[in-house]
Design a protein around this ligand. Structure first.
Ligand code: COA
Ligand code: MG
Length: 279
């Protein structure tokens, strides 16, 4: 499959028509129209209508269009799923998934349509069920995890700071569970809208964790995020060097070789090819 970038995934309340219009011109890879926590109860119906209309109207170019629905335990969840499944966005993002059965319940509301499901990883319980949740992928169409650090902080009482020390185990396990079952995995949001320096630090941390990208809450976070997740010139150079080294006839039957004083194995070749694809 060709590499599809999901470096930057911008949330917006689907009640905000202006934000939806603006999203069609922004340089983010993914647009997430939110019906859930960013939308007040009395705006839920308008948000649903506008999200459905946005999918119908299109105009988002190569950006993936994702709708985050309300939970099935709320008065809006079932109607959100019915309405969004009917227009089939690129994915439907399910909130507050705690168990494998939660994913099955969301999948059961798609009317048999093969729409990729993404699941929020944001409840304390889910952290002990990530393996079982991710393992539902072939049966439910689950295709991605999105970390919800704000809800995790709320549930656990842990404090969210730039480097998120109390959350590192959760972040690492979510990435591992996603990779084990071929899901994409996106990092949580950075709440401090005006702190560019802190954002850059956290985005770099997300890259080191192995995330495919990061969820965002404001357009100004898009460029620094894309930059963080795009391999820099040195990384690209190194990847090309590895690919060239393994292409030499004398290395054709070797598993491990020496390149510029470092051991390089065939597993690094696969990573190098991914880096080049991303670039
Ligand atoms: N998506 C698209 N456009 C956005 C945006 C977003 N998430 N956030 C801001 N904008 C737009 C504004 O509409 C405004 O556009 P304009 O210049 O054409 O008028 C411009 O960017 C500047 O906005 P700004 O005044 O800096 O933001 P704000 O103070 O009005 O709003 C928030 C701040 C946090 C309320 C807003 O950014 C937001 O709603 N973010 C997303 C929240 C969300 O979806 N949360 C759920 C997941 S955690
Ligand atoms: Mg949440």
């Amino acid at each position: 499959m060709p590499y599809k970038p999901r470096r930057s995934a911008l949330y917006m309340p689907a009640s905000n028509a202006k934000a939806i219009a603006k999203a069609r011109t922004l340089d983010c890879d993914v647009v997430i129209l939110d019906l859930e926590d960013a939308v007040a109860p009395d705006a839920k119906a308008v948000a649903r209508e506008q999200a459905v209309a946005a999918v119908r109207e299109g105009g988002f170019g190569s950006r993936e269009l994702v709708i985050r629905v309300n939970g099935l335990d709320t008065e809006w969840g079932a109607d959100d799923l019915a309405a969004t499944a009917a227009v089939a966005p690129d994915a439907i993002l399910a909130p507050k998934v705690s168990t494998a059965d939660d994913v099955r319940r969301y999948a059961g509301h798609l009317g048999g349509r093969a729409i990729p499901l993404w699941a929020m990883v944001e409840t304390a319980l889910s952290l002990f069920r990530l393996d079982a949740i991710a393992a539902t992928a072939p049966e439910t169409g689950l295709a991605g995890f999105v970390i919800g650090t704000n809800d995790l902080a709320k549930e656990t009482g842990a404090h969210l700071d730039t480097l998120r020390t109390p959350f590192v185990s959760a972040l690492g396990l979510a990435v591992a569970a996603a990779r084990a079952y071929g899901l994409i995995v996106l990092d949580g949001v950075y709440n401090d809208l005006d702190d560019d320096e802190g954002f850059a630090v956290q985005a770099r941390q997300a890259v080191t964790f192995g995330f495919d990208g990061k969820t965002l809450i404001h357009p100004r976070q898009i460029d620094p995020c894309n930059r963080a997740f795009t391999p820099d010139a040195a990384a690209l150079d190194w990847a090309r060097t590895i690919i060239a080294a393994f292409a030499l006839p004398e290395n054709a039957s070797k598993g491990a070789i020496r390149v510029d004083g470092r051991m390089v194995e065939r597993l690094h070749l696969a990573q190098a090819e991914r880096t080049v694809a991303m670039a």
